[in-house]
Design a protein around this ligand. Structure first.
Ligand SMILES: Cc1cc2nc3c(=O)[nH]c(=O)nc-3n(C[C@H](O)[C@H](O)[C@H](O)COP(=O)(O)OP(=O)(O)OC[C@H]3O[C@@H](n4cnc5c(N)ncnc54)[C@H](O)[C@@H]3O)c2cc1C
Length: 213
């Protein structure tokens, strides 16, 4: 292993342990009361923790997956909830756009996500489809320059707090899981509503939402 990477990881671990001791522990009671930790997210953004594995050219810290896992591990030891918020934001809210987004989508979303100016979410699970994700029922129908997404999701971590959602919907129901497409949906899209919170995470509901292509 490259010694510089090892040193970088050790430094990151120290930074996170200090952050956990000084900031995270005292915020746990309010998180236990279902308050979303917006202040912590802002601080994590300024520490570069909201985009650890995101390339520097997209506003991230440009570190490797080992560093990212170290961060999730250290934070989750103190607060599993904050660990899930960060991992969903990064692994499935931000990295799919880095890997599969168009240049325009990367420019529009990634640096704000990687710097913690925006929070990301991932909306796949539905009431009747969990592990069998290809059986999802949300439909996406093209309407001129838009797609109209109709259906609802559940167990969506960061729902309501997130400004950027990676949402899965079927554009070709006759093709089963091969007819599923991922859309990026802004949190303020008209028609997107967030249902009652569950104790463990959010529960997002989407009705007749429109998203620009
Ligand atoms: C903390 C947390 C955060 C989450 N955040 C998100 C999120 O941000 N976005 C999102 O979309 N979803 C999220 N989820 C939902 C999660 O992805 C689903 O819970 C998961 O896909 C499983 O679906 P399910 O709960 O419906 O269980 P099911 O799919 O009904 O599975 C129930 C049980 O059956 C087993 N099982 C299922 N199929 C098979 C099979 N073919 N063979 C053998 N065993 C099987 C499973 O292993 C499991 O033990 C979150 C869940 C949790 C707990």
């Amino acid at each position: 292993m490259d010694l510089r990477v090892k040193e970088q990881d050790a430094l990151l671990k120290q930074t996170i342990q200090r952050f956990v001791d000084q900031e995270v522990r005292r915020a746990i009671p309010s998180m236990e009361e279902d308050q979303f930790p917006f202040e912590l997210i802002k601080k994590m953004g300024s520490l570069g923790l909201m985009g650890i594995p995101v390339p520097e050219k997209h506003g991230g810290a440009g570190m490797g997956m080992t560093s990212y896992i170290t961060a999730i591990h250290e934070i989750s030891k103190a607060s599993p909830s904050l660990g899930v918020i960060l991992s969903v934001h990064t692994s499935v809210g931000t990295l799919p756009i880095v890997k599969f987004g168009t240049d325009d989508q990367k420019e529009r979303y990634v640096s704000d996500l990687a710097q913690g100016n925006k929070i990301g979410a991932f909306a796949l699970t539905e009431e009747s489809s969990g592990s069998d994700a290809g059986a999802l029922k949300m439909k996406a129908v093209r309407d001129g320059d838009d797609y109209v997404l109709t259906g609802s999701k559940m167990f969506i971590t960061n729902a309501g707090a997130a400004e950027v959602y990676v949402v899965f919907a079927s554009t070709a129901p006759d093709r089963g899981s091969r007819g599923v497409t991922a859309f990026i949906v802004d949190g303020n899209t008209p028609g997107l509503t967030v249902g009652k919170k569950r104790r463990e995470n959010g529960n997002a509901r989407y009705e007749h939402e429109r998203t620009n292509l």
